[in-house]
Design a protein around this ligand. Structure first.
Ligand SMILES: NC(=O)c1ccc[n+]([C@@H]2O[C@H](COP(=O)([O-])OP(=O)(O)OC[C@H]3O[C@@H](n4cnc5c(N)ncnc54)[C@H](O)[C@@H]3O)[C@@H](O)[C@H]2O)c1
Ligand SMILES: N[C@H](CO)Cc1c[nH]c[nH+]1
Ligand SMILES: [Zn+2]
Length: 450
């Protein structure tokens, strides 16, 4: 079922060795359409919202979601009603998910650190939450109340005073976001929610709309712009975040889901197949990659995938994802080479299902989140591990992190020197200012020396 990429040293015509991450990335599976390619599709939408505000977003919603909404703000009553009618088992699960996420995220807050550099001279680093954030909750092929939890909990733990949630309108629910998403907002005390998805939602949060563009909302503020937008989404959402980075801060490009599994002969093929399928059901563009040194395991996983795909609910979506160029089994000579492969691939999610799994996991250098051992599937992290499921995709885990409290904080230095401490270092400041041919910088110190 999964195509094979054979990197075993014995494979015919193998190049010297695929040891450099850059060389490896050229042969590893990747989707045909990447974020760069999606930028062309979202740029007109973003420019429209920048220039004309909500009317342009409304047109995009009509086009992509088949819904025309004069006012996308979700009424307060819809949010409270959604919680009142929520299935008790789902409510209990959301509450447990929130509880565990809070335990982990509360510990992430960095303390203020004051450093005495010299007598009379200190540098203090403090962390200030941004004023207002926009949290994107996907709702196209699936709906994601769990992403409400993963966005809102770290923002709240960071101390962000103003939060807004955007999620696509659902035709079958009166063009509001899905009721489970609204119920999750209610559980977390989020009151400002808009029924809007895709790139138009990211642009609307970034630019806001004062309602003055064409008088469509009679001068009232439809939505205040935010400072940071976080959250997962499809390739268009990820592209919009890349385009708008700078206008707003972003967490990471958390686009179409990826799972890589580093497994040896000890892994249970039924578990491996189930986990590959679990993440493939997100999106036809999702990527599922098995990296193994065992051809026997690869064969057994193929057989299991074929069996399980027939009985999974979203079978078409899963088949498309698993048969696309982004999914494959990569055969390696040994787990050392497997480690090089998973580090080069930099998956959003990496499972390590091997003998001594923790030992191998400790040596991973690039992955959004690492799931260690046979009893830690990605689905656990998606909902209830306490970790965050908003994670970098498309190889951005080489440099980016998953969503955390830190995503909502700005680090600021407070520099405080007294006169003596300034005098003591003044010659060095003046010498460096002269070396840079910026003598006015030196003069700003000299004027204080008299
Ligand atoms: N990386 C992560 O952390 C993470 C977490 C959860 C989910 N995900 C991913 O989020 C995504 C959710 O996708 P989804 O589609 O279900 O919901 P979504 O909310 O991300 O996207 C739906 C929106 O896309 C817009 N859209 C649809 N087709 C378009 C087109 N052709 N051009 C422009 N805009 C278009 C629509 O306006 C719609 O509102 C999946 O790819 C899933 O794998 C990622
Ligand atoms: N696996 C997703 C991150 O790519 C998160 C998620 C939410 N719901 C189910 N799964
Ligand atoms: Zn998932």
């Amino acid at each position: 079922m999964l195509r094979r990429v054979d990197l075993r040293p014995s494979a015919a015509e193998q190049e010297p060795s695929f040891t450099s991450g850059h060389r490896l990335r050229q042969v590893l599976p990747r989707a045909e359409m990447d974020v760069d390619a999606a930028i062309a599709a979202v740029t007109p939408v973003i420019e429209g919202v920048r220039d004309r505000g909500y009317p342009a977003a409304r047109e995009a919603t009509a086009r992509f979601d088949g819904v025309d909404l004069a006012d996308p703000r979700v009424p307060a009553a819809a949010i409270t009603d959604a919680l009142a009618t929520l299935d008790p088992a789902v409510r209990a699960a959301l509450e447990e998910s929130i509880r565990r996420a809070r335990i982990v995220h509360r510990k992430q807050r960095r303390p203020t650190v004051e450093v005495q550099v010299v007598a009379g001279g200190t540098v203090t680093e403090k962390w200030i939450p941004v004023d207002r954030v926009g949290l994107y909750v996907p709702g196209g092929l699936a709906v994601y109340p769990s992403s409400v939890v993963m966005n809102v909990v770290p923002a709240q733990e960071a101390g962000v005073p103003s939060l807004v949630v955007c999620s696509p309108p659902q035709k079958e629910f009166g063009s509001l976001p899905h009721p489970t998403i609204l119920a999750a907002c209610a559980l977390l005390g989020v009151e400002e929610v808009y029924a809007i998805g895709g790139a138009q939602a990211i642009a609307l949060m970034a630019y806001g709309d004062s309602g003055e563009a064409d008088g469509h909302s009679a001068g009232r503020v439809l939505i205040e712009p935010v400072d940071v937008v976080t959250g997962p989404g499809n390739i268009y959402v990820a592209a919009a975040k890349r385009v708008l980075r700078g206008v707003i801060g972003i967490d990471a490009e958390a686009g179409p889901t990826e799972i890589a599994i580093l497994a040896d002969a000890s892994a249970d093929p039924a578990h491996v197949a189930a986990d590959l399928i679990s993440q493939a059901e997100h999106d036809p563009m999702a990527a599922s990659v098995l990296v193994t040194d065992s051809a026997e395991l690869a064969d057994a996983v193929d057989a299991e995938v074929s069996r399980q795909v027939q009985i999974t609910k979203h079978t078409d979506r899963v088949r498309t994802a698993l048969s696309g160029p982004q999914s494959a089994t990569v055969l390696v000579g040994d787990l050392e080479q497997g480690l090089q492969v998973v580090n080069a691939y930099a998956a959003e999610h990496l499972e390590v299902i091997t003998v001594d799994a923790r030992k191998w996991a400790e040596r991973v250098r690039s992955a959004g989140c690492i799931f260690v051992g046979a009893s830690s599937p990605v689905s656990l992290g998606d909902y209830c591990a306490g970790s965050n499921h908003v994670l970098p995709t498309g190889c951005t885990a080489r440099h980016a992190s998953g969503l955390s409290v830190q995503s909502f904080l700005k680090g600021v230095h407070l520099v405080e020197y007294d006169h003596e401490a300034l005098v003591e270092v003044s010659a060095h400041v003046i010498a460096l200012a002269d070396a840079e041919d910026l003598p006015a910088h030196g003069a700003a110190v000299k004027v204080r020396l008299a």
